[in-house]
Design a protein around this ligand. Structure first.
Ligand SMILES: Nc1ncnc2c1ncn2[C@@H]1O[C@H](COP(=O)(O)OP(=O)(O)OP(=O)(O)O)[C@@H](O)[C@H]1O
Ligand SMILES: [Mg+2]
Length: 447
């Protein structure tokens, strides 16, 4: 049996329809106006909304549109006076499932309501399947490090809300992947997320992409254009490179977030929109704000929930898993030799995960064997990592004192790097942490 909301300004008609449905075992709620209907829908999330369009036509159609734009929309059936097929067609274009002519016939009413409820159940099932799929695809996201696991936990939490998220991180760290995960795990996940790269458009073009325009607003505007924000209503908008937005466009975006409505360029009416915004940037927004290039009020609106993705060199635990992940994905399984793995784990990856991914893809094509050896790695990666001592130096007959030799190498490296531990560590092809540990052992000081 279904949850049905009956909307009609006329009490007796509303009651008649409600009684028929209730007698059949459906749970029935009633509303006497469009506003009340929206409230009830939010509260009870009915499977089916049965609405009369007798309220002023515009109001009735606006209600249909609003209901259809909700994240998990109810199926809407409109009741129309006999002969007003035109209105019924308009309603269906705005997302109604079906229409019934008045006076309502009992059997027809029950049949149409049942079918609508069935359709909604199918839709929900497919949404759940999609969420399941999204969770599985999240399983393809590598998160070995503590930092990434924390981010996944946060993703699951924020997905459940509609809060605006600001994703920060260097280029190639996975900002877009994280944005997609938030969207897919959210209630809006059944819809497509739209992404727009603010850096890819000059100012005026970005605005017409985002807000759309009315016919004749400027030369070339030969017909009305619906903007992305309006089109994506009910779903999620991903604003990439948001720091590259001009101050004027920032002001307009701020208004969208505050008022939850947009105005097309050259338009006179405000159009309500229901979007979830996820923004991302690899720039330092604090700096942009003090330089006057980014609005502070917009920053606060965007960063309700900030997610900072650390660069790969600060979460090296992810490197081996990422390598395996991309080697498997490349479809040419290869064994990564331990020495090669060591070099790759020590490398700083200025281009982060994207750099790692494209290196593996290149090697899948270029290196023929079934192994990835140090010699196969691109030169820039291995050059400063080679420890010539291990290859060229031969152990003298009388042997050496390894401790003394190690201390000597550590202090030489420190000297050469002006006492900077991280740099000294690079000279020896080991991590800063390892270097620190060993230097401590010998009482060597650096910074
Ligand atoms: N943790 C991860 N596991 C698996 N793949 C990842 C992970 N992080 C990033 N990737 C992959 O790395 C590539 C770069 O990620 P993405 O495009 O999300 O980065 P970005 O931060 O948006 O970069 P940019 O700032 O350059 O736009 C993508 O192909 C993505 O699938
Ligand atoms: Mg990106």
């Amino acid at each position: 049996m279904a949850n049905v909301l009956v909307v009609d300004t006329d009490v007796s008609e509303r009651k008649m329809v409600s009684d028929i449905l209730a007698a059949e075992g459906h749970s029935v709620f009633q509303a006497g106006s469009a506003d009340q209907a929206i409230q009830q829908v939010e509260e009870y999330q009915p499977d089916v909304v049965l609405t009369d369009l007798k309220m002023p036509e515009k109001e009735g159609l606006a209600l249909v549109e609003k209901l259809a734009a909700r994240p998990e929309p109810s199926e809407v059936i409109v009741l129309t006076a006999f002969g007003s097929i035109e209105t019924a067609v308009k309603a269906m274009r705005r997302g109604a499932y079906d229409y019934l002519n008045k006076p309502v016939e009992k059997d027809e009413l029950l049949l149409v309501v049942e079918r609508a409820a069935e359709k909604r159940a199918l839709r929900q099932e497919s949404r759940l399947l999609k969420q399941e799929l999204a969770r599985k695809s999240a399983a393809g996201l590598v998160a070995q490090s503590e930092a990434m696991r924390k981010i996944l936990e946060l993703v699951a939490k924020v997905a459940a809300s509609d809060a605006t998220v600001l994703i920060l991180g260097e280029s190639g760290t996975g900002k877009e992947v994280v944005a997609r995960m938030i969207h897919q795990q959210s209630l809006r996940g059944a819809r497509l997320m739209q992404a727009i790269n603010c850096a890819a458009f000059p100012e005026t073009l970005l605005e017409s992409e985002l807000f759309g325009y009315e016919k004749g607003t400027f030369t070339g505007a030969q017909s009305r254009k619906i903007g992305i924000i309006e089109a994506v209503s009910g779903s999620t908008l991903f604003l990439d490179e948001v720091a590259d937005m001009s101050l004027g466009t920032q002001a307009k975006l701020l208004r969208v977030l505050q008022e939850k409505e947009i105005r097309r360029l050259g338009g006179v009416t405000n159009i309500p929109v229901d979007i979830r915004l996820i923004a991302a940037t690899n720039k330092n927004l604090e700096e942009a704000m003090s330089a006057g290039a980014f609005r502070q009020d917009l920053f606060y609106r965007l960063s309700v929930i900030p997610i900072k993705i650390p660069p790969l060199r600060e979460r090296r635990e992810d490197i081996p898993a990422l390598l395996r992940h991309f080697i498997t994905q490349s479809g040419r399984p290869k064994i990564l030799e331990p020495r090669a793995l060591a070099v790759l784990t020590e490398y700083d990856w200025p281009g982060n995960v994207r750099e790692l991914q494209s290196m593996i893809e290149r090697m899948a094509v270029l290196s023929g064997g079934d192994r990835i050896r140090v010699e196969d790695l691109p030169l820039d990666l291995t050059e400063r990592k080679k420890t010539p001592g291990a290859i060229v130096w031969e152990l003298p007959e009388e042997g050496i004192n390894l401790e003394k030799w190690e201390k000597d190498l550590l202090s030489q490296a420190l000297e050469k790097s002006g006492g900077v531990m991280a740099a000294a560590a690079r000279l020896l092809g080991i991590s800063s942490r390892t270097f620190q540990y060993r230097a401590n052992k010998f009482g060597l000081k650096g910074r």
